[in-house]
Write a protein that binds this ligand. Structure first.
Ligand code: NAD
Length: 497
């Protein structure tokens, strides 16, 4: 047992993650299928576990529904205390958590540290949410009636999450849902069952979350995800993933025996706009981080650079110079900035798009062959919005650059997409930047910053095919609670018949 400089003990590492918390007990899933969880950089098997079946799902949902009312009735201070303690557990286990993110999701150290920070922030935010839920007394035009709006937990929340920012994105739904008095059934991505489910479940357990309020069900989207969406118990499905699967989930939620509310955080196609009056050096600095963090596998990562003619050559020269010096390879080395893609099919998809982009007439200014799942950074010039390179989400370290003439052209190009998650504009005139940002059809728009931002208490979410709903702060309260109108008739009423 290690001691930190401040005297606190570092706890023993968590037990091997080959069991799942299902309806209050850590045990193997009931399916005969096994899930192999591999390190995407070296292929090593990190964990093998038994997947879940329909009976596990039924048990988890029943237990969640049974435990939830007692938890909702606990003092807000008691629910908040679990979240504060979870933040402390994360502090004590910082190195263990960061190492899991590196090994399981191929995160470079900088990304893993940042994800730790954001996940920790989510617990701090959740601790503050429990006391911010308020009801209201409403005006009434009826004698003797009192009218109230009560804000109640929804009951059971079903969470389905992705692999790319696994710990933070799982907790972004799970912790506000729990602290607001709900129970949660979570299906993590099969690429990251530990960091997207089992590790956060251990953290919450250690922080004192009562058993049975959070079940984690491992398994495929079709075998566990779809039955979870169709199950009558969850009243809200919080889905983070691709637009195609999100659409399918939305359809199922409406077809479920009991229709349910949806929170959808889906794909993006983030424009990074550089206007003629931009500080180009500053823009390039931001561009490198906003494009290549986590090898571009972030919903908010830059998908298209849209650069004004007036500064195009300067931007391109400086950008290429920086890209050529990016170190790629083993994510566990302190100076590596680009690690592996998550799996073979993501690599193949990126390589196919690279070939299509070349065939469409764009020029590959920087490229290279993959080493294992590590794709070196790529830059395309001569790109137009008609090319596949700019229509789809890359989720890879590939940077297409478009050349535009003036602000209106830049805006039209930025908005010419089915997606609307995040966007960025660079200009020395901040007021001009604000006006431009407000005309971007995105849920989030940043002036003179890169687009990969998520600040607790600031609304996070997308427009168009990037999703429905918002996370963080008051928006999370809206997502995981429901309003009930309660009226009290104090005097007899006169009815017309
Ligand atoms: P994905 O859509 O392939 O999978 C997401 C989750 O859905 C996984 O847990 C998967 O097992 C599950 N799933 C798959 N098929 C299902 C089905 N038929 N029914 C129910 N569940 C099913 O996405 P991914 O590859 O894990 O993640 C990458 C995508 O997620 C990208 O498009 C990215 O932009 C998006 N994303 C969005 C945000 C955001 O906040 N907007 C954040 C991260 C990732």
């Amino acid at each position: 047992v290690e001691r930190l400089p401040d005297g606190r003990f570092v706890p023993q590492a968590y037990p091997k993650f080959d069991l799942l918390p299902i309806a209050g007990l850590w045990r193997p899933g009931g399916s005969t299928k096994r899930l192999q969880d591999r390190n995407p950089y070296n292929g090593a098997i990190l964990v093998e576990l038994q997947q879940c079946d329909r009976a596990d799902l039924d048990l988890a949902c029943e237990e969640a529904a049974k435990r939830q009312p007692g938890w909702a009735g606990a003092l807000p201070a008691d629910r908040a205390a679990v979240m504060s303690r979870a933040a402390q557990v994360m502090e004590l286990r910082r190195e263990e958590i960061v190492t899991w993110l590196v090994q399981e999701s191929g995160s470079v150290r900088i990304k893993a540290e940042l994800e730790w920070q954001w996940a920790h922030d989510v617990f701090l935010e959740a601790a503050a949410l429990a006391h911010r839920v308020e009801g209201r007394l409403l005006p009434v035009d009826m004698p003797g009636k009192e009218s109230q709006a009560h804000r109640k937990p929804v009951g059971v929340v079903g969470v389905i999450g992705p692999w790319n920012w696994p710990l933070h994105l799982c907790l972004r739904s799970v912790s506000p849902a729990l602290v607001l008095g709900n129970a949660v059934v979570l299906k993590p991505s099969s690429d990251t069952p530990v960091t997207a489910g089992l590790l956060p479940a251990r953290i919450l357990e250690e922080a004192g979350l009562p058993a049975g309020l959070l079940s984690v069900l491992a398994g495929s989207g079709s075998e566990v995800g779809e039955p979870l969406v169709l199950h009558p118990a969850p009243r809200v499905i919080s889905f983070t993933g691709s637009t195609a699967v999100g659409r399918h989930v939305a359809r199922l939620a409406m077809e479920s025996p009991l229709i349910k509310r949806l929170e959808l955080e889906l794909g993006g196609n983030t424009p990074f706009v550089v206007l003629a009056d931009a500080d180009v050096e500053r823009a390039v600095d931001a561009a490198i981080f906003g494009k290549f963090l986590h090898q571009g596998q972030i919903c908010m990562a830059v998908n298209r650079f849209i650069v004004d003619d007036a500064v195009y050559d300067e931007f391109l020269g400086r950008f290429l110079d920086r890209v050529r010096r990016l170190k790629y390879g083993d994510p566990d080395m302190a100076d590596t900035l680009i690690g592996p893609l998550i799996n073979e099919s993501q690599l193949e998809k990126a390589r196919r798009r690279v070939r299509e982009t070349e065939q469409a007439g764009a020029r590959l200014a920087v490229g290279g062959e993959p080493q294992g799942l590590v794709l070196p950074p790529h830059v395309f010039t001569g790109v137009t919005n008609a090319m596949p390179a700019t229509r789809h989400e890359w989720f890879a370290p590939v940077a297409p650059i478009l050349r535009v003439a003036g602000e209106e052209d830049a805006l039209a190009s930025a908005n010419d997409t089915e997606y609307g998650l995040s966007g960025t504009v660079f200009t020395r005139d901040v007021e001009r930047g604000r006006r431009f940002a407000l005309r971007m059809q995105t849920g989030m728009a940043h002036v003179n910053d890169q687009p990969v931002n998520d600040l607790r208490f600031n609304p996070f979410g997308g427009e168009k095919n990037s999703g429905l709903g918002r996370f963080n702060g008051a928006w999370a309260i809206g997502a995981f609670t429901t309003d009930q109108w309660v009226s009290l008739q104090h005097e007899p009423r006169r009815y017309p018949f």
